[in-house]
Ligand binder design. Structure first.
Ligand code: DGJ
Length: 712
């Protein structure tokens, strides 16, 4: 039984395949957290409030921490009642246990505030989805000042280490690790969306390695301002709370209204980081991504942004489309510049009509042409934005987020529409619906290229204005939900100046994300490595482009870097030589041969790009019959070498496996060994760095893609 309640001791035992999560009512009927960690053989083995390890002097163990009762753990809930009282005193009401879902209900009876705690167990991936609902069952409004999704507690050991993903535009998802010391570490976004600076992912490990040791992790499914606080006192357990950011936030909960928080997914691996990531990846494919397309293979895409930027027109797009089709592209995407008076980033955003000079007969001739070449057609939009130089802004200056008597700060010459407003939401729904209804479009890249600054909403009463942060996101989700239902064949990509809106909230509506605007194939490796800790390879769009200069990287290196996720091409195909075309064609074919393993398989990081002289990633099918190794040299780690010993993961010990290189008809065998041998002694990848060093004949950047196959 994954969820067990012991009536006598009043303890709930939540167990997944390898994880236990335990809490219960103490002798004062207060809900206390007792344990999160490896599953133990018997229920009696778990600690309870009678054990020293979970009892302390400062009540540092509230399963749901409110601002009340001698509690200084970071809060999950802080409200103000009509009479100014700000302590929330919750008492246990009842619980419901159904289908791996536990709901525990608590109530502040005097003020009529009910709180329901939700625990949805995902047994096979050792994950629990946590969220809460607060309901105002009184006759007076209740002001919410802070509402988080959950709190968790972890052992306070010297070795505890916090890992998280940070970055900025063009350098997202950099992995950081640090010792957890006393005080608070805050990871957050205040920019209005998920943000590129920090991603709502954390993990805490205790000297774990890739394939051994304890790793606890959490991801928040929220595309607005968020906050994760890791708090430590000298003796108490480490406390973590996560949810919507309380900064600049209040919400007036009217009588009989409810507020449901975003979900926090918490999980545990006793087999190191690799297993933690794999569980997360497959959980995303099976439970988070829109299920109609979650297990469909992502098509090889061409995006014209880096080739033509804003100068798109029917002719040059057709020309690129024809070349893209030639190398095996399956989806052709026109990026920014096709609408309004959009000749640069200075004008046009908001005017979503097809630019008549660039496309005199509308989009149809281009779409028909793309389809005649056997490709799907996709298009870029940025619906939440408006340039002051646009008809939309001239007609509706009040639609943008602003404070009266304050400047309207622009970023990339644009302002943000106040999506919290219902009329703005309806406008976006309408024009997007029209665009998709009138044109045979299969793919939408939805971009958002700035942060929220002056977060005013002058049209509503002051005590409701701070709701803008959450209402904006709810309405965004509503629009995506509406469009997906109405146009089920369309695939959606989330982009925000690259990877600024990547989280498990938007991924309930988006099939994939644009990972980063930085498409330099070497820089990307660190970004992609960080990404892999939290998100599945299939979600990660990666393009082959001309970044870094055409001669710096061999085309193969560019392809191999981009093949670690869902492959796209963004290079200017007009500059391709016949040789480039031949290489690209082969690489696209190779990708099509391996993509089901990359997109649906289990990913293993064989090295870390910043620590090693190479970056290698392995993928393996669930049945362990087939795999792929992507190997790229890191020339910044200088050292004379011409060979690297790679040890594989996950193979079956007593079966014979072979390693091959090349597309189907040209496959060459490299070596055959048993699974155990590949794992224990490894095999040599020839990497002719010496050639480069002594005579400069071979390229500085070098890469290989190898196929792994079980031999019957
Ligand atoms: C930012 C995106 O990240 C780019 O890929 C591109 O779509 C531009 N916006 C277009 O303005």
């Amino acid at each position: 039984m994954p969820i067990t309640f012991n009536e006598k001791s009043k303890i709930w035992y939540l167990e997944t395949q390898n994880m236990g999560y335990i809490f219960g009512l103490d002798n004062l009927e207060k809900l206390k957290n007792y344990y999160w960690g490896p599953k133990l053989p018997r229920l009696e083995d778990y600690p309870t409030d009678k054990d020293y390890i979970v009892t302390d002097r400062y009540s540092w163990n509230h399963e749901f921490s409110t601002r009340s009762e001698n509690n200084h753990v970071e809060h999950c809930l802080k409200v103000e009642y009509f009479d100014g009282v700000r302590d929330v005193i919750l008492n246990y009401e009842n619980y419901i246990n159904e289908d791996n879902l536990l709901i525990v209900s608590l109530i502040d009876a005097y003020y009529g505030l009910r709180v329901r705690l939700f625990y949805q167990l995902i047994e096979e991936y050792d994950i629990i989805e946590r969220w809460i609902e607060v309901e105002n069952s009184s006759l007076k409004p209740i002001k919410i000042e802070d509402i988080k999704s959950a709190s968790v507690y972890l052992e306070n050991e010297k070795t505890a280490r916090l890992n998280y993903l940070c970055g900025m535009w063009a350098n997202e998802f950099c992995l950081r690790s640090e010792e957890i010391n006393e005080g608070k570490k805050v990871l957050e976004s205040r920019v209005g969306n998920t943000g590129p600076y920090l991603n709502p992912y954390f993990s805490i490990d205790y000297e774990a390695k890739e394939d051994k040791g304890r790793v606890y992790f959490g991801l928040l499914g929220w595309s607005g301002n968020w906050k994760i606080v890791v708090q430590k006192r000298i003796y108490e357990r480490i406390a973590i709370v996560a949810g919507i950011n309380d900064w600049d936030f209040t919400y007036l909960l009217e009588p009989s209204q409810s507020f449901i928080t975003p979900k926090l997914m918490i999980g545990f691996s006793n087999e190191g980081f690799s297993k933690a990531s794999q569980n997360l990846h497959h959980y995303q494919l099976d439970y988070i991504l829109p299920q109609d397309k979650a297990h469909k293979l992502r098509k090889v895409l061409y995006n014209s942004w880096e080739a033509t930027t804003f100068n798109v027109n029917e002719e040059n797009q057709k020309q690129l489309a024809q070349k893209a089709a030639q190398i095996g592209v399956e989806l052709f995407v026109v990026d920014d510049g096709w609408f309004g008076k959009r000749n640069s980033d200075k004008a046009g955003l908001g005017d979503w009509y097809v630019n008549p000079e660039k496309f005199p007969k509308g989009l149809k001739p281009l779409i028909d042409y793309v389809k005649s070449l056997g490709m799907d057609f996709g298009i870029w939009v940025e619906p939440e934005m408006v340039n002051p130089d646009s008809d939309l802004y001239r007609n509706h200056p009040d639609w943008v987020i602003n404070f009266p008597n304050r400047p309207r700060t622009e970023q990339r010459n644009q302002l943000i529409l106040n999506l919290a407003r219902e009329d703005v939401k309806e406008y976006i729904k309408e024009f997007m619906d029209k665009l998709l209804t009138e044109n045979n479009i299969d793919f939408i890249k939805w971009d958002m290229n700035r942060h929220i600054f002056e977060s005013g909403w002058p049209e509503v009463e002051p005590n409701k204005q701070r709701e803008i942060w959450v209402r904006y996101v709810w309405n965004l989700y509503d629009i995506w939900n509406y469009l997906r239902k109405k146009h089920p064949h369309v695939t959606f990509e989330s982009c925000s100046s690259g990877g600024g809106r990547v989280d498990l909230g938007i991924l309930r509506y988006a099939d994939q994300v644009w990972t980063s605007d930085n498409t330099d194939p070497f820089d990307r490796l660190e970004i992609q490595e960080g990404f892999s800790y939290a998100y599945a390879p299939k979600i990660m769009m990666a393009w082959v482009t001309d970044w870094g200069g055409k001669d710096k990287y061999p085309l193969e290196y560019r392809f191999h870097s981009a093949m670690m996720g869902s492959l796209g091409i963004g290079a200017d195909l007009n500059k391709f030589t016949p040789d480039d075309f031949a290489i690209a064609k082969k690489q696209v074919q190779l990708y099509k041969e391996i993509r089901d393993i990359v997109q649906e398989g289990f990913q293993y990081r064989l090295s870390s790009v910043n620590k090693e002289r190479y970056f290698a990633v392995q993928y393996l099918t669930k049945d362990k019959n087939e795999g792929v190794i992507i190997y790229l040299r890191n020339p910044r780690k200088f050292g004379l070498f011409d060979r690297v010993n790679i040890k594989l993961k996950g193979l079956e010990d007593n079966y014979l496996y072979g390693i091959y290189e090349g597309i189907k008809d040209e496959e060459k065998e490299i070596i055959q060994l048993t699974g155990k041998a590949f794992k224990e002694r490894g095999f040599i990848i020839e990497d002719s760095y010496l050639d480069f060093f002594y005579n400069g004949k071979s390229p500085l950047f070098y890469s290989r893609i190898l196929k792994v196959k079980k031999i019957d």
